[in-house]
Ligand binder design. Structure first.
Ligand SMILES: NC(=O)c1ccc[n+]([C@@H]2O[C@H](COP(=O)([O-])OP(=O)(O)OC[C@H]3O[C@@H](n4cnc5c(N)ncnc54)[C@H](O)[C@@H]3O)[C@@H](O)[C@H]2O)c1
Length: 257
């Protein structure tokens, strides 16, 4: 079977670990040259090295994608490596804050919106011109079940993911006529550093998310590659008529509640 991203240039933000790390590896195995953009430079480098050791192509770029100066530097570096051509951008970087709403601060609000939402704005704005020049490109954003299901102790997180949903839809409409697609993957609980910390912190605040609760809600915990494979589908030409969509990767969690 032909590889699905053969000869593509792909960018994965938050591409060092977790589901982003899985996407970096899977996109590269599907034929893409992958820019692993992450604030964690050492993990990004080891992921890129692992990909190269497997005979595929990748390089690491250190950047906090919530910061415009760092995104601008990263974009220059990535576009130089890619000769100005970008086929797909996966905006996966993000984080979670688990707290009683009244204990949250203005600084935490700004941080959550910057890491989860402004990052998508900055990265997409940086790479859309290259896609427009080619008349083709796909963008995938990581949203969450928390964009539509209010989850306890996560008001700021849920709000930020609601914004990811609408960012996805509005970008899709704005650029549809010029050959771009923009979709979101919306996972349930994933076995990643982020997901395991979130479950630990929710349990500490008395929210019922024991292993049995996760099993009742979504059958079992989701593995990182299961999110990455959904992102691969949306990024690839297999999803050529899928645009502005939010694909839930939650084993029927939402439809079962
Ligand atoms: N894990 C879950 O249960 C779950 C569920 C739904 C959605 N998500 C979403 O997945 C993403 C988290 O990824 P994960 O679960 O694969 O966990 P993860 O923590 O392993 O991966 C997140 C990656 O993003 C990087 N990152 C974080 N902030 C960054 C920044 N400002 N700039 C650049 N890189 C940054 C981290 O260094 C890390 O490599 C978030 O967008 C989160 O909302 C996770």
């Amino acid at each position: 079977m032909a590889r699905r991203l053969e000869g593509w240039n792909a960018i994965v933000s938050g591409g060092a670990t977790g589901a982003g790390g899985a996407a970096s590896e899977i996109f590269a195995a599907e034929g893409a040259h992958v820019a692993v953009v992450d604030v964690n430079a050492s993990e990004a480098e080891s992921t890129a090295e692992r990909i190269r050791a497997a005979g595929h192509r990748a390089f690491a770029v250190e950047a906090d994608v919530s910061r415009s100066d760092q995104v601008a530097r990263a974009a220059d570096a990535v576009l130089a490596r890619f000769g100005g051509r970008v086929d797909t951008l996966y905006n996966h970087a993000g984080t979670v804050l688990v707290k009683d709403f009244l204990d949250t601060t203005e600084e935490e609000w700004d941080w959550m919106m910057a890491v989860n939402v402004k990052s998508m704005f900055l990265m997409t704005r940086a790479f859309v011109p290259a896609m427009l020049a080619a008349g083709k490109g796909s963008i995938v954003n990581t949203s969450s079940i928390s964009a539509v299901a209010g989850t306890e102790k996560e008001v700021l997180y849920c709000t930020s993911k609601g914004a990811c949903h609408m960012f996805t839809r509005a970008i899709a409409i704005e650029y549809r006529a010029r050959g771009l697609r923009c979709n979101a993957v919306c996972p349930g609980f994933i076995r990643t550093p982020h997901g395991l910390r979130e479950l630990r912190e929710l349990r500490a605040l008395g929210v019922e998310v024991s292993e049995d609760d996760v099993a009742r809600l979504q059958g079992r915990i989701c593995e990182p590659h299961e999110v990455a494979r959904a992102a691969l589908f949306l990024a690839s030409d297999e999803a050529s008529f899928v645009n502005g969509e939010t694909l839930f990767v939650d084993n029927a969690l939402l439809v079962g509640t």
